[in-house]
Design a protein around this ligand. Structure first.
Ligand code: IMP
Length: 429
């Protein structure tokens, strides 16, 4: 069966790019289905560090066609910046290698301005969005007044639509004390961007389905994480798209019959950026150790926003939830190396809510905030595991930790990352 999905099993930033990168060398297509430049993948190849926000990590593998699916929201200026940066590193990007769906929605300066204005208006209830215009763009999409990439093929009409959108956003923005958007300058920048992006805008549903009918291998790269899903996450502290496996099908226009492998990527601990419940959150020196100092690009500071991430112990209640929601068939556990040197490690195996034990997350945030994790304590390990490439060479306590994750999640762990380099990855037989 030709489709493998790689999805975040936590709150985003799980290291999905690593798992995608490990599989992309065999892929005919690598496709993204949701979100926009709120995502951020860092892929490290040799001495080069690739920061990707819109382009799938598969762009680094020359044989793969990269698809930006209909479920995505795309800032054309940011996309071009990324294309130019990646080209400067010697990677070829042509319309044969990059296909942008005609049905994806455009993030305009109006949406970015509105994101800022709305966050400001929320005051201490701010969601902590990435301020990339994601929410307002999806709002226009479901409100049936969005601008789709196909509109870029008719420049005059595109300019008109943009002008209208920005002018009406300015009326709202001004009430919130946010800087007005310069209509003329921005329309011109978007028109220029449209001229450059036009060759890449294609019917990606056809591209994907024609390849799938020929049994070609399609790798789907998730963005954000399961627990930020607009339906299944801790609403309203979520992103505005469907980040789970169901969203992947809708966001690309393919059927479920092709999917046979759904990989959930989870860090060996938990992190979250922005507001919202994080039941195992720590605010002590353990959190600081997990976060790192920010000196290394793999420390827990946002790739997109640079914000420090909130950190905590691994939460198996949420992991099981992610397994069910996505129909995960396996897990990739990332950043196991960060846990070296702890005397003991904890995993939340259940919660206590109002005195009762529960094993699945409650629906409301009020309840989730009241949940107290029930921890299981496991022995830590002192050895540096970052150079280990064979599972059996890991210290016994590290293997016990990984095995316990698999047991608690009810799916096997098939890959483990132990460092940021491409080859710091253990395949578990
Ligand atoms: P938005 O997607 O910018 O609207 O942000 C909504 C929430 O999702 C905020 O808490 C963000 O911090 C979070 N978020 C969005 N994208 C990512 C991501 O790629 N990684 C982690 N968190 C994200």
């Amino acid at each position: 069966m030709p489709v493998t999905m790689v999805l975040g099993a936590q709150w985003g930033d799980e290291g999905k790019g690593r798992a995608v990168d490990a599989l992309a060398s065999k892929a005919d297509i690598v496709a993204r289905f949701a979100g926009g430049d709120n995502a951020g993948h860092t892929v490290n190849v040799g001495s080069e560090i690739f920061k990707l926000h819109l382009l799938p990590s598969g762009i680094l593998h020359n044989q793969a066609i990269c698809v930006l699916g209909n479920g995505m929201v795309i800032n054309p200026i940011k996309l071009l910046e990324e294309i130019d940066n990646i080209r400067a590193l010697g990677v070829e990007i042509t319309p044969e290698r990059l296909a942008i769906s005609t049905r994806a929605h455009i993030i305009s300066p109006a949406h970015i301005g509105l994101d800022t204005a709305k966050e400001k208006a929320r005051g201490d209830k701010a969601l902590g969005t990435t301020l990339r215009g994601i929410g307002p763009t999806y709002l226009d999409k479901t409100g049936r007044k969005g601008i789709r990439t196909a509109e870029m093929l008719d420049i005059e009409k595109f300019a008109e639509l943009l002008q209208e959108t920005i002018a009406s956003a300015n009326e709202v923005i001004i009430e919130h004390g946010v800087e007005l958007i310069d209509v003329e300058k921005n329309v011109q920048a978007y028109v220029d961007a449209a001229e450059r992006l036009r060759p890449f805008i294609q019917d990606t549903m056809i591209i994907l389905n024609e390849r799938l009918e020929k049994d070609k291998f399609v790798l789907i790269e998730g963005a954000q994480g399961t627990l930020l899903d607009v339906d299944h996450g801790s609403y309203p502290y979520v992103t505005s798209s469907s980040t789970t496996s169901g969203g992947a099908l809708a966001g690309l226009g393919i059927g479920p019959k092709y999917v046979d492998r759904v990989i959930g990527v989870a860090k060996a601990f938990c992190t979250r950026v922005g507001a919202g419940p994080l039941p195992t959150e720590l605010n002590d020196e353990i959190a600081e150790r997990l976060r790192g100092t920010g000196e290394n690009f793999w420390d827990e500071f946002g790739t997109t926003t640079g914000r420090p991430r909130r950190c905590g112990w691994l939460d198996a209640v949420m992991l099981r939830y992610a397994v069910r929601l996505n129909g995960l068939t396996e897990l990739t556990v990332t950043k196991l190396d960060i846990l070296s040197g702890f005397d003991e490690l904890k995993i939340a195996v259940g919660y206590t809510l109002d005195g009762k034990r529960i094993d699945t997350p409650p629906t409301t945030n009020d309840e989730l905030e009241r949940c107290l994790p029930i921890y299981e304590t496991l022995a830590g390990w002192q050895e540096d595991v970052s150079q280990i490439t064979v599972y059996d060479d890991l210290p016994q306590s590290a293997r016990d930790y990984v095995n316990r994750i698999a047991e608690l999640a009810h799916v096997p762990v098939k890959m483990i990352s132990v460092g940021p380099e491409r080859d710091q990855l253990i395949h578990v037989e």
